[in-house]
Design a protein around this ligand. Sequence first.
Ligand code: PEP
Ligand code: CO
Length: 446
Amino acid sequence: MPEWSPGSWRSKPAAQQPAYASEAGLALAVSRLASLPPLVTTWEIELLKTQLAAAGRGERFLLQGGDCAEQFDECTADTITNKLKILLQMSLVLVQGCQKPVIRVGRFAGQYAKPRSEDFETRNGETLPSYRGDIVNRPGFSPAEREPDPQLLLRAYERSALTLNFVRALVKGGFADLHHPEYWDLDFAQHSALAGEYHDMARGVVESLRFMENVAGVRAGEMGWVDFFTSHEALHLVYEGSQTRRVPRREGWYNLSTHFPWLGMRTGGPEGAHVEYFRGIVNPIGIKVGPAMTADTFARLLDILHPHDEPGRLTLIHRFGRHQVAECLPPLIDCVRSSGKTVLWCCDPMHGNTRYTADGTKTRHFDDILSELEQSFAIHRSCGSRLGGVHFELTGEDVTECLGGARNLSDADLKRAYRSEVDPRLNYEQSLEMAMRIARMMGETA
Ligand code: PEP
Ligand code: CO
């Protein structure tokens, strides 16, 4: 393999990168970023890697979730706490179902760059660059808003730091203490149909925890106290490169903008710049795998990105859609088996199940999401592998972006509170219900 550096991706074709008008403006922003402190530490990254390795062995379960794209305007106390609350509630339900510790990874504190299927968008005869996430440009449809602005790289870094600072302070302050799930109650959810079942479960967990503590005579350590890790799609290579560093007393280069970067499906070609970038970092990484992936390409990705079979290094996040998972997943499982390598299998049941309503609104149906998950659990089981994680686009807010669920949201409901600028997210209730359904599935097969 040729020499790697944080900038060696520049010698390869880089898809999905914005075209900045001013090279000098970009260089200035990047040099500023490169001089700012990292957002995460190598200790945290290595801890997550250890936990992901355990999930690969079936000793833990991964819950990864958050917005499709974070928005600068939503970097507020309420939105952040609500996101933590729903992830905590879901993980509590999952702990009950799978009887294993759950690893919580947010799609947050840096999920600002979006791949787009078209470089340009045309409305009423006017053509402008596509919106690529708040780290690049703005969603409004005017030339000024759509112009890629290097200053937004700094704003994204700052928002990531603000988010992470608040998450860490909440967790350290006791917000994530399993003895007090009442901290995670969401005001608007009191009257939800699921509230009773959830509260029974929460009470059950607290009681078991207290029972165990009384028997053992010690307060539960790691089990009673939970962590959050961060993840985002490492799409904007200039940004990622500026936070890719070496630290004293450790081998290798770390992406210190997030614990767990993932490689998106649209930038996963083995000859491309993104794979070149991912090859050289030592973080645990995720790879999104969709229906277009061939066995040959997949085998090459395993060689390039997982050459030493390091435990916890590689999570495969498959996202085939309910109609294709049965056909596409078994060959991948075979391919991993014949490579002799260990990976963590995770299912993203969102991105293969996107559809449009009659009026062109982008949505997903709860039943399709659930069906892909059910099939994935069953396929892994029958192929002798194990689904060790789930990946959702969700929010702790009361939005109406996905169809179905306990309230059976319909096309007409989507108009009420559709807030995503990109993909539709499960709302608070749909997310909790999804966790309950997964817990049941895992409970039945444990
Ligand atoms: C995403 O996770 O938001 C995304 C774009 O996914 P994928 O690369 O799997 O399409
Ligand atoms: Co998305």
